[in-house]
Design a protein around this ligand. Structure first.
Ligand SMILES: [Zn+2]
Length: 393
């Protein structure tokens, strides 16, 4: 077992408020910032954390020359397993074509036609891209198969790179079921779900609940699918309230979902339900950026005491970025989060939505990001600059 001593840490974000000075504002205090500390990493875990002057011996030493270190980003909402390209659809949208979810069918056709090895290579490239920008934990959804075999295939491939896999057979109603939606809901809640559960292929079930899209699922359909998933032992996530006001957020809170994602259009009842249920509101501002759509109001949620996470929603249709630093910068500029709130949302709260709770401390996994900058503030202060990467030790 090789141990590595990490020195020269300009600022360490621990996400442990117990470590903060009492006189800091709340958003900063939550990050548990430490200075003049060093770390020892051994066997993939933090083995020691303490004052830089008292660090123990280790086999190797990495000096970061004043750079900031933080828990790696947790991208808790991605659709990384797919084939095909929708750049032309993006270009059309930028000249005025509205998004309604219909383009997903293009990706479904390309993904069904791709081999496992082709999909594996595409997935590996996207994972490498995310890691190169400081992401250490990924959730990955299926949802571009929409038949039993392909959905299982996508989840198996996702499982090769992460335990945080989500069954999204209810992404859209595929073209072949357009005239018989009930039969598709029966397929998702029956043979498809049974196969996913039998193979242990998913930890979560997700539904695109959006009555404004003719391709997505209504409240009664989404409820049926979520209840079937819960009965089968899967935890729940929901795509809700993306394109307009709708029932997705209320349904997610009622059914105890781990997270409801998008949350762009909320009324006061939705905000109260989120604050009381403990369901995490995961905001995906890269989607609003890439669809030229109004942004969600993170400030309103945070002020109401809602747990707010940030993720990319990396997908070929509405947001093809794997960059959590970009999402953090957007959240600060467009969602009115403070830089510290955005970093906490992209690490600690996103982790919580995946059932992970691990402030940076001895015994925690050494899943860290390092910035070519002295503090976490630079993530939002220097948008578009490649400051973040995974710290490989
Ligand atoms: Zn999504």
């Amino acid at each position: 077992m090789t141990s590595t001593l990490v020195t020269g840490i300009g600022e360490l974000v621990t996400n442990d408020p117990e470590r903060s000075r009492r006189d800091q504002p709340a958003d900063l205090a939550r990050l548990g910032l430490l200075r003049n500390v060093a770390l020892v990493v051994a066997d993939g875990q933090i083995a020691w954390l303490g004052p830089a002057g008292k660090s123990p011996e280790a086999d190797r030493r990495v000096d970061l020359d004043g750079r900031a270190v933080l828990p790696g980003f947790v991208d808790s909402h991605t659709h990384l397993v797919f084939a095909g390209d929708r750049a032309a659809e993006f270009a059309a949208r930028m000249t005025g074509t509205a998004y309604d979810g219909g383009g997903i069918a293009t990706t479904v056709a390309a993904t069904r036609a791709a081999t496992d090895d082709e999909l594996r290579a595409l997935l590996a490239a996207r994972v490498a891209e995310a890691r190169a920008q400081g992401t250490t934990t990924l959730e990955v959804k299926s949802g571009y198969g929409l038949d039993v075999d392909t959905e299982l295939r996508l989840l198996r491939l996702a499982r090769e790179i992460t335990p945080h896999t989500t069954f999204l057979g209810a992404h859209v109603v595929p073209a072949e079921y357009r005239d018989d939606r009930t039969a598709y809901v029966d397929l998702v809640t029956g043979p498809m779900l049974d196969a996913v559960v039998a193979q242990g292929a998913a930890a979560y079930l997700d539904v695109f609940c959006e009555p404004l899209s003719p391709h997505a699922f209504t409240e009664p359909e989404a409820r049926m699918i979520l209840l079937a998933g819960r009965r089968a032992g899967l935890r729940l996530r929901v795509h809700g309230n993306q394109l307009g006001p709708g029932p997705g957020v209320a349904l997610a809170c009622e059914l105890g979902a781990a997270s409801v994602d998008h949350c762009t259009y909320l009324d006061d009842t939705d905000v109260d339900a989120l604050a009381q249920s403990g369901t995490v509101a995961t905001l995906l501002p890269g989607v609003e950026f890439s669809t030229r759509h109004p942004y969600p109001d993170a400030r309103r949620l945070l002020d109401a005491g809602v747990a707010v996470a940030l993720a990319t929603d990396c997908n070929p249709g509405t947001c093809f970025t794997s960059s959590m630093p970009f999402v953090v910068a957007l959240a600060v500029r467009e969602l009115r989060m403070t830089p510290s709130e955005a970093v906490y949302a992209a690490t600690a709260t996103a982790a919580r939505s995946l059932g992970l709770s691990r402030p940076l401390a001895v015994g925690a996994p050494a899943e860290l990001a390092v910035l070519d900058a002295p503090t976490h503030l630079h993530l939002a202060y220097r948008p578009g600059v490649p400051l973040a990467r995974t710290l490989e030790v």
